[in-house]
Design a protein around this ligand. Structure first.
Ligand code: SAM
Length: 209
């Protein structure tokens, strides 16, 4: 998968590629789709949700330039695959998922894989790491894995100075990948191409259909 789908598409961050080599994607995919686990497309994980396309995970994390000292907030745990990649790269991962059944499945796999640097919360991730344990104010990096009509203000508020946030934002069925950097309390926004994600459902996202 790495040699066929990531390196030819200009993902060349060595640490990121190592994490992709290390994390077995088939563990995070339902049994009936395991034979497709190393293809470059999203797969159904139930509850109307998907495990993201590997290239898109790599592209988003490449934009974030994850450092090993980073505290990272992930919105949309889903299968837990991207959470595992993040846990290989950063110091602490705080992950939020709104569907409890998906969180239970993801957490079981991540626990079995021995990750000790992940904190979990079931709830509305548009509000970030709100009223969750351990209490934490700010994140160096924030990655949102579902599509929002706009960038939730709560997430901008929880981004550290010089921090980076990546989010698909736009219409419900097609979006732009947006990178936000916080500098001197202001946000600088750049756009990184079109994409299609499932909706981010919550008080600062979309209503459930
Ligand atoms: N990176 C994940 C993966 O590879 O498995 C992506 C999962 S999927 C594309 C997006 C996830 O975001 C879904 O599991 C969905 O339930 C979740 N989601 C949607 N709205 C949410 C919200 N407000 N808070 C937390 N999770 C949310």
């Amino acid at each position: 998968m790495v040699n066929k789908h990531l390196i030819p598409r200009k993902i060349d961050n060595k640490k990121l590629l190592e994490a992709f080599y290390k994390v077995p994607r088939h563990l995070y995919v339902p049994d009936r789709f395991r034979r497709f686990a190393y293809e470059d497309y999203p797969l159904d994980i139930g509850h109307g949700q998907t495990i993201s396309q590997p290239y898109m995970v790599a592209y988003m994390l490449d934009l974030l330039n994850i450092e090993n000292s980073d505290k990272v907030l992930e919105i949309g745990t889903g299968s837990g695959y991207q959470t595992a990649i993040l846990a290989e790269l950063a110091a602490e991962i705080y992950t939020v998922e709104r569907i409890p059944e998906l969180m239970i499945t993801a957490r079981n796999i991540l626990d079995e894989q021995g990750y000790k640097n992940i904190y979990y919360r079931v709830g509305d991730g548009t509000k970030g790491w709100e009223k969750a344990y351990p209490p934490t104010q700010e994140f160096d990096k924030i990655v949102v894995s579902a599509a929002s009509p706009s960038v939730p203000q709560s997430l901008i508020n929880q981004l550290a100075e010089r921090g980076l946030l990546v989010i698909p934002a736009g219409a419900r069925r097609s979006q732009d990948l947006i990178l936000i950097e916080k500098r001197n309390g202001e946000t600088i926004e750049t756009r990184h191409g079109g994409c299609t994600f499932v909706p981010l459902i919550g008080s600062e996202g979309w209503d459930a259909e």
